[in-house]
Design a protein around this ligand. Structure first.
Ligand code: ADP
Ligand code: MG
Length: 429
């Protein structure tokens, strides 16, 4: 993006070129009028004015166009307006010395105004209109007269109209094409950025799906192994109901996989999922829906929070909170099995925000793990058990909806994950 110039930079670029042409034209006209047409002009003050234009243009060129720091330099509208005001002053000076209102090159005021209209905001353009008006007004008060035959006067008007038109057309055509080139580049850059964003959200979605699918698939693998072992056992000691229960579990978990894939196909659980309004109770039900049966999870929802409405990407947020619960279960399994429940989901409403704490009495985390939690692919679990994406995705989703996620942990007490979510602001407390 940084290579695409600002509109004002494009403008200043063309303004400098135009001024070179202007300066050459002024010098040429003065020379021809004086030396060829013999119109005895005051050469000293005229050269002084043209030199001011020349020096100012060298400075502008160095500062904004070719100089080492030119690319980084920001050109403001007012700076261009100041340059144009200088040109209008110089033009007024030149006209003052060469016949004032009778000089046909008074038309060049219009060129300045046309430039301003393209290059500047309306406010500056109107300011410059006023400035030109004032400049020409000053010429009415007094000027250095020019001895000119009527014939030469008409020819002068003819040349002035030609020059003014050529300037306006040349400049307008070049600047509009430079600006539309810039707009095209901008559109291309935007398109690329949008595509990159889509790719990134696709990658997050894939990672999220993989993370979500790993739990039911793990259960399926386990149940299938048990089933296989029982069926290989010649004595058939395992009762038929238990085999049927394993098969049912597999069917249920496969169904769960189907649901996850369906949600994925609808774009749910991704950055792009639409917002839905639901009660806190419904959200907690969503969380618990896909959670493993063991070790046990208990939900405690404060009565004032139960019917609170939240507006958020429901599937994605439920998925994120569920991965916090799953982590708690994993930690509880890793610790010595204690009294159920292993994980408590506690929900309260505090100062217009929803506070959800997921508390486990598991193994806890040492400081270095606590510091790295949420880094993508950071896991302390063995391959196949954890991918290290749960907290990374959960944080992205929760912070994406304006919430926050933090962990508190110790080896003795276990871990508390604390999530704060904004409450639907459109519903009164
Ligand atoms: P994964 O669960 O796939 O390993 P996560 O991003 O969910 O990935 O978690 C990253 C790591 O953070 C885990 O491997 C674990 O070491 C640690 N962790 C997260 N939650 C808990 C918890 N409740 N108790 C103990 N450790 C945790
Ligand atoms: Mg996890």
């Amino acid at each position: 993006m940084s290579r695409i110039p600002e509109r004002t930079a494009v403008n200043v670029h063309w303004l400098v070129r135009l001024r070179w042409a202007q300066i050459a034209g002024q010098a040429g006209t003065v020379a021809v009028a004086h030396f060829v047409l013999g119109m005895s002009l005051p050469l000293a003050p005229l050269s002084a004015l043209i030199t001011v234009a020349l020096v100012s243009n060298i400075l502008i060129e160095l500062r904004y166009v070719t100089g080492a720091a030119a690319q980084q330099r920001v050109v403001d509208d007012w700076q261009i307006a100041v340059i144009m005001a200088l040109d209008i002053s110089l033009l007024t000076g030149l006209l003052y010395l060469t016949g004032g209102p009778h000089n046909p090159f008074g038309l060049l005021y219009v060129v300045q105004i046309a430039l301003a209209a393209v290059a500047l905001r309306a406010m500056w353009t109107w300011t410059l209109v006023g400035f030109s008006f004032l400049g020409f007004g000053i010429l009415l008060l007094g000027y250095r007269p020019l001895k000119m035959s009527p014939n030469l006067d008409t020819i002068g008007t003819w040349v002035a109209i030609g020059v003014a038109s050529a300037f306006v057309v040349q400049f307008l055509l070049r600047i509009t094409s430079a600006l539309s080139q810039r707009d095209r580049e901008l559109a291309d850059a935007r398109y690329l950025a949008a595509r990159q964003e889509r790719l990134a959200s696709l990658a997050t979605m894939a990672a999220g799906a993989a993370h979500e699918l790993s739990t039911p698939l793990g259960t399926v693998a386990l149940a299938a192994k048990e089933l296989e072992r029982a069926l290989q056992n010649k004595e058939r000691t395992v009762p038929a109901e238990e085999l049927a229960a394993d098969a049912r579990l597999i069917r249920e978990q496969v169904g769960r996989c189907r649901v996850i894939l369906d949600q994925m196909a609808q774009g749910a659980g991704t950055v792009g999922e639409g917002l839905a309004t639901c009660t806190v109770r419904e959200l907690v039900d969503d969380i618990l829906q896909g959670v493993r049966m063991r070790p046990a999870v208990e939900a405690q929802i404060a009565s004032e929070a139960e019917d609170t409405l939240v507006r958020l990407p429901r599937v994605a947020v439920a998925q994120s909170l569920r991965s916090l619960v799953t982590n708690g279960q994993d930690a509880a399994v890793a610790a010595a099995p204690g009294e159920p429940p292993a994980v408590v989901v506690n929900v309260e409403r505090r100062q217009g925000r929803l506070v959800i704490r997921i508390v486990d009495r598991g193994v806890g985390m040492p400081k270095d793990v606590l510091a790295r939690i949420g880094e993508p692919f950071f896991t302390t679990k063995s391959p196949g058990q954890g991918m290290g994406l749960g907290m990374f995705l959960a944080r992205a989703v929760i912070e994406g909806v304006g919430g926050s996620l933090s962990h508190e942990s110790s080896a003795e007490k276990g871990t508390t994950a604390r999530v704060e979510l904004p409450v639907d602001a459109t519903v009164p407390a």
